[in-house]
Design a protein around this ligand. Structure first.
Ligand code: 13P
Length: 247
């Protein structure tokens, strides 16, 4: 049985004051939520998240991690640093990192591996562009993105989380229908089963891309949608909680 996970991706939003209000709002009702809850915050706010969320049932994490252990990598943040600030998870391979920072599938795989080696749960993002969907290439793209990750993590399959985020649905208000999302999630599950049938059933597959209070319930009702990676709606405590309660 997989415990659903509702994770917020704040992206490059927030301020000390805004974060304090947002986290207080989420904590106000977090205890009543059945799903596991997490927020992935900008790196400078990890200390704030640690201080506010420690001891609560809301976990926190980062939005990226270096594939390297340490050294001359200006601007990068290591997994060990994230751990010092109490992170339990980190997003890797978000489409915004892939498109604006030219991260490729191999780099994403190395980041996922580095996170796992350090004891962080990588939330590995995959998903196709609109053009790729229109070409009928969705399965091929997701397979291409995920294969190096699965190769890199070896026997630790059960320790990762995968987020299917169709690029055309991110921040656009266009959501994949529950059936469209389920179809891709089932394909991902099948890929996992090929690697390890037992661990494959433990991996949480999140949907991300304009998940909102009004569509969360139908998406989360699908057999292979085990939670959500929420962008815009995670910046509003009550929207985030409505989505979490839809599990
Ligand atoms: P939106 O929910 O704003 O579409 O963002 C989804 C996302 O990119 C989460 O990582």
């Amino acid at each position: 049985m997989r415990t659903p996970l509702i994770a917020g991706n704040w992206k490059m939003n927030g301020s000390l004051a805004a974060n304090a209000a947002l986290m207080a709002g989420v904590l106000g009702d977090a205890a009543a939520v059945k799903a596991e809850l997490a927020v992935c915050v900008p790196a400078p706010y990890l200390a704030q998240a640690q201080s506010v969320l420690s001891g609560s049932r809301v976990r926190w994490g980062a939005q990226d991690v270096s594939a390297h252990e340490n050294g001359a990598f200006t601007g990068e943040v290591s997994a060990a640093m994230l751990l010092e600030f109490g992170c339990s998870c980190v997003i890797v391979g978000h489409s915004e990192r892939r498109s604006y920072h030219a991260e490729n599938d191999q780099q994403v795989a190395q980041k996922a591996r580095r996170a796992l080696l350090s004891g962080l749960t990588p939330i590995v993002c995959v998903g196709e562009t609109l053009h790729e969907r229109e070409q009928g290439a969705t399965d091929a793209v997701v397979t291409r993105q995920l294969t190096p990750v699965l190769d890199a993590i070896g026997s630790q399959l059960a320790s990762i989380v995968i987020a299917y985020e169709p690029v055309w649905a991110i921040g656009t208000g266009k959501t994949a229908t529950p059936e469209m999302a389920q179809q891709v999630h089932a394909r991902i599950r099948a890929m996992l089963i090929e690697r390890d049938a037992v661990q494959a059933q433990q991996v949480r597959l999140l949907y991300g891309g304009s998940m909102k209070p009004d569509n969360a319930k139908d998406l989360l009702a699908m057999p292979d949608i085990d939670g959500g990676l929420i962008g815009g709606a995670s910046l509003n405590a009550s929207d985030f909680l409505v989505i979490a309660h839809a599990v």
